[in-house]
Design a protein around this ligand. Structure first.
Ligand code: MN
Length: 414
């Protein structure tokens, strides 16, 4: 496939991608958009010009502040619409010859501001990387029995906070809270001294189900619209004091950052791979057939203020022990209903190698082994004015698609 819009060979936004996002265009109006190379395309304008007439939609679903109305149309519409957009961007298409539409609907990426792409009714965070769970278990519990007895029988997760999910480019403040600096001493109040990121991916659901219904592993992908990069910011010192017995609370709910482009499952299709062998065998409702993991390269970089970026982690989404279909089947096996726009984050994605660990907690081994940055500084956790960036992309047979990045600067505590 060749587009009439030129782009670099290493662009995440090739003709094979066609992701969806929401942009504020030239400081004037919001619209649902796609992107190819560094060109952002206003889908709302294309809709008004009749390019999607064959779908016989009553309303312009792209004239919205979020993608929820579009996603809610369901895959029977959204999948062929994405294919239609892809065709319109090919050489020789009707759009190539429609210079008026191109003038009004095509924008350079520098001239738009990307917004949070969906309204998120619910957010769940899983804990599905065996390497991450093992590392954390070794540090905080028993090195001999790092995994808790349930870990290989069910995808562990907790319900997170949807209101504080922000889009890439939104700065976050270091949180204040309670910590217990000395064991067996009273807690103190103050700013977190162990602020951390968690390298994760999240999937977004495309349907509403009824309370009482369950989704099977076989059907699960029919309910998943696409994915984005997810940084689950974590204050380790607050977490350590608060998390027993009910799990993460204020250590996590001060902010989570996501990349602005949703890459569809259809775009990810060529990058399917087999997941790890699950031993012991899982219960029937968690069994699945086919390749349900995806080969997505992941990277994390730290840039101290006005300094070059140091890449500190190279991981891959394919390392996940529990796949998205199992996560969704487990989440709904008790009858929990899902909603359009829900975000389900993977949990920190660590690999086997020390440079593939997806958090500072693991990379610095709880602060014991500081990381050296390019400028000579050291880091055990994230410092004020540091910018943390996460990247995700797939590459195979000369084709590349990617997610762009999620980038967040940390400001001092209030
Ligand atoms: Mn997490």
């Amino acid at each position: 496939m060749k587009s009439f819009i030129p782009y670099a060979s290493d662009s995440d936004f090739s003709i094979y991608n066609i992701p969806f996002g929401v942009a504020y265009i030239e400081d004037e109006y919001p619209a649902c958009v796609t992107r190819i190379g560094d060109t952002v395309i206003d889908l709302s304008y294309l809709f008004d010009e009749g390019y999607f007439d064959e779908f016989e939609l009553e309303e312009n679903v792209f004239e919205a502040l979020v993608l929820n109305p579009f996603i809610e149309l369901g895959k029977k519409i959204t999948v062929p619409m994405r294919e239609k957009i892809q065709q319109l961007l090919l050489e020789g298409s009707a759009l190539e010859n429609d210079s008026e539409t191109r003038e009004n609907a095509f924008f350079a990426i520098e001239n738009v501001e990307m917004l949070l792409p969906v309204h998120v009714p619910n957010y769940t965070d899983f804990y599905s990387s065996v390497e991450h769970a093992t590392n954390v278990g070794k540090m905080f519990r028993d090195p001999e029995n790092a995994l808790l007895p349930n870990w290989k029988h069910l995808p562990v997760g907790y319900h997170g906070r949807a209101s504080s999910i922000v889009v890439s480019g939104t700065a976050l403040r270091r949180p204040n809270g309670q910590t217990q600096p000395q064991a067996n001493q009273p807690p103190v109040f103050g700013e977190s001294k162990r602020l951390d990121f968690e390298l994760e991916m999240a999937f977004i659901t495309s349907t509403y189900t009824n309370l009482g219904e369950s989704i099977s592993t076989e059907d699960a992908e029919n309910h998943i619209f696409g994915m984005l990069i997810f940084n689950d910011w974590s204050a380790r010192d607050i977490q350590k004091w608060e998390y027993v017995p009910l799990g993460p609370f204020l250590a996590k709910n001060f902010g989570s950052s996501v990349s602005p482009w949703i890459v569809t499952l259809e775009a990810l299709e060529p990058f399917r791979v087999a997941g790890p062998v699950q031993e012991p065998e899982v219960l029937d409702y968690l069994k699945y057939e086919g390749d349900k993991n995806f080969d997505i390269n992941l990277q994390v970089g730290i840039s101290p203020q006005n300094q070059a970026e140091s890449i500190i982690c190279n991981s891959n989404f394919k390392y996940m022990y529990w796949n998205m279909s199992q996560q969704l089947a487990h989440h709904t096996i008790n009858g929990c209903n899902i909603e359009v726009g829900d975000m389900y984050a993977s949990g920190t994605i660590s690999g086997k190698d020390e440079n593939s660990y997806g958090s500072m907690l693991e990379l610095s081994w709880s602060g014991k082994n500081p990381l050296k940055l390019q400028n000579g500084e050291e880091r055990t956790f994230i410092e004020d004015y540091d910018t943390v960036s996460m990247y995700a992309w797939c590459e195979k047979d000369g084709k590349r698609i990617g997610f762009g990045k999620v980038e967040t600067q940390i400001l001092p505590a209030k």
